[in-house]
Design a protein around this ligand. Structure first.
Ligand code: AGP
Length: 609
């Protein structure tokens, strides 16, 4: 999952391409490159490492009005300069950048080698440039379409023809691509964050579409050269939202934005005056379908899967609906029993995760109802699901998801409350009470964010640890999983989350004075059970960091460190309890000198299998 951007304009494009690429860097950052076309032909510059290394090179690319650029997350071929993009065809005429995977690249390489093509790189992408050159007779677009018809896999693709400096070609099949309509200039990029500084008018390409961008306009067509009309959409993000705003890292900024993000998620949906919940995007599923529903299946990946697990507890508790949670990557290849009495909820911050998108298509093909819970407006999962709820967390740039997670949980809580009332399991008074309590949660989260310094001090005592265990019970078991994932992702410390009672069935063997154990021990019906689990750890010299409810003095006797959070209804507690775990992971990773926003080997949106 790389980031690609292209631009055709009356102004020089090199610097703007590099600026745009920086905004896409969270998609992949092991090497980068750009290629422009000016009177002297193609000017290509590519390097291992971050986009910033390309900056000085933009001066070599003067008076180029058209160009493409790429930031890489390697799938085929090591992160080397030769494997970085752009790739140019052997005859020097066609240049491409590619996001995705060409599954049949080795067959195509072999075929092209038999036609005297020599390959410089180990990538799958280079075959695309060579194939266009191979197919070229006398018409570039025809050669492009011929080449596309031979590719298997996923591709977001930008193509330049040295002999046609007036046209930039963008192709989408399985990887996200959006067109930006500027003032006498046009852009194509993997997502809107690279475009907002130039334009708010965008056109989302669908799979199987090609856009030809020229200074006089653009044309979208399908692979069979039939014109397609895609209406432009207005972007509602502000530039500031995708800047750091004085924070050292996007992750810290996004942790502190959580109270505001929650308010945005609740706005117009939580109606305290009426004591009700209104979710406009899913009216289609309401009432009779809901009554007939046999099962809700939540399918997603990573942190979104953890949100799904919390959704299972909350929706079963509030709406008495049978809920199952599935890893999308497994769900898509299993032969799941599913049909018209099932609702499949796909949760995805980016709305572009390949496995979750495939799970959506699998559910649709089996006749199930589908709905999306996404953060990125206009993303593929959101558009293909047709109905759903946007989390409105605002742009999330840090690879480690934080504000998107708690807004996903907030949406699942609102679904539980809404469906509980609709199915008559919650009386109006109960819903009213829950809505009032829920409306107070953003301020409780603010309260926890303000403890960042205290948590930083605790982090100082654990930054050299090599392993961690995270324990929680009930609705806080998935929070333990999420806390462990945050630490793994950004500090590279091995960490595992477990249901607290499961510890006795194996993981307890790991516990000694070198094993810190983070335990979520807030006030709820299983509190006493959690205290016994803590004592089992202490009996083996384990070091305990407890997340506990303000005013809980007893827990101090059983813990090395306690992080207090405000009292909250247990059904809402994951939203509050995850914040100390986000901050603990953040501060430990900072103390270990890790790259917080761009952790090694990761990317923000996983658009390949
Ligand atoms: C979370 O911090 C990670 N970035 C990752 O696990 C992420 O949650 C997963 O890739 C799913 O992404 P999505 O929500 O955009 O589909």
């Amino acid at each position: 999952m790389c980031g690609i951007i292209g631009m055709i304009s009356n102004r020089d494009v090199a610097e703007h391409l590099i600026e745009g690429l920086k905004k896409l860097e969270y998609r992949g950052y092991d090497s980068a490159g750009f290629g422009v076309l000016n009177d002297r032909g193609f000017v290509v510059s590519k390097e291992v490492g971050r986009v910033a290394v390309l900056e000085p090179r933009s001066s070599e690319a003067q008076d180029a009005k058209i160009g493409i650029a790429h930031t890489r997350w390697a799938t085929h071929g090591q992160p080397t300069q030769i494997n970085a993009h752009p790739h140019v065809s052997q005859n020097g005429r066609f240049m491409i950048v590619h996001n995705g995977i060409i599954e049949n690249y080795s067959v195509l390489r072999e075929y092209l080698s038999k036609h005297d093509f020599k390959f410089k790189s180990d990538t799958d992408s280079e075959v695309i440039a060579q194939l266009i050159a191979h197919e070229y007779k006398n018409n570039t677009m025809q050669a492009v379409r011929e080449a596309l018809s031979r590719l298997k896999g996923t591709f977001g693709l930008l193509i330049l023809d040295r002999e046609d400096p007036g046209s930039l070609v963008a192709v989408r099949q399985g990887s996200p691509l959006v067109i930006g309509i500027g003032d006498e200039e046009y852009f194509a990029a993997s997502d809107i964050s690279a475009l907002v500084q130039h334009t708010r008018q965008v056109v989302y390409l669908n799979d199987g579409e090609i856009a030809e961008l020229t200074l006089s306009g653009y044309r979208v067509s399908n692979f069979a050269d039939v014109t397609v009309v895609n209406e432009p959409t207005e972007i509602d993000w502000e530039i500031e939202e995708i800047e750091k705003g004085g924070y050292e890292h996007f992750m810290l900024k996004e942790i502190f934005e959580q109270p505001q993000s929650l308010k945005q998620t609740m706005a117009g949906r939580i109606i305290p005056d009426e004591g009700s919940v209104k979710l406009g995007g899913i009216t289609a599923i309401e009432e009779d379908t809901l009554r007939r529903l046999n099962r809700v299946i939540i399918s997603s990946c990573g942190t979104s899967w953890h949100a799904g697990l919390i959704g299972e507890y909350v929706i079963e508790e509030l709406a008495r609906l049978n809920v199952e949670v599935e890893y999308a990557s497994e769900f898509r290849y299993r032969n799941p029993v599913m049909g018209a009495d099932d609702l499949v909820i796909l949760i995805s911050q980016s709305g572009e995760t390949a496995d979750t998108l495939a799970a959506l298509r699998e559910a649709t093909s089996r006749g199930a109802h589908v709905m999306g819970v996404c953060n990125v407006v206009g993303s593929t999962i959101a558009r293909e699901a047709g109905m759903g709820v946007y989390t409105h967390a605002g742009p999330e740039i840090g690879v480690a998801s934080t504000k998107a997670f708690i807004t996903q949980v907030a949406v699942l809580v609102m679904l539980g409350m809404d469906w509980g009332r609709l199915k008559g399991h919650l009386s109006n008074d109960q819903t009213c009470d829950l809505v009032e309590q829920f409306n107070a949660v953003p301020d409780l989260v603010r309260n926890v964010c303000d403890q960042s310094d205290t948590i930083q001090a605790i982090a100082g005592e654990y930054a050299d640890c090599r392993n961690f265990l995270y324990l929680g019970r009930g609705v806080n078991f998935p929070v333990a999983l999420e806390g462990a994932l945050k630490l793994k992702e950004i500090s590279y410390i091995h960490a595992e989350g477990y249901p607290a009672a499961e510890m006795k069935h194996g993981p307890i063997a790991l516990i000694d004075e070198n094993m810190p154990v983070v335990v979520i021990a807030t006030q709820d019906p299983v509190y006493e059970k959690v205290i016994s689990n803590i004592q089992e750890i202490r009996a083996r010299q384990g070091r305990v960091i407890a997340v506990a409810t303000e005013g809980d003095k007893e827990i101090r006797q059983h813990s090395d460190h306690v992080i207090y959070v405000p009292e909250v209804n247990p059904i809402f507690s994951p939203i509050v309890n995850v914040v100390p775990l986000q901050l603990l992971a953040y501060h430990i990773a900072v103390l270990r000198g890790c790259d917080i926003d761009k952790p090694r080997n990761l990317a923000k949106s996983v658009t390949v299998e």
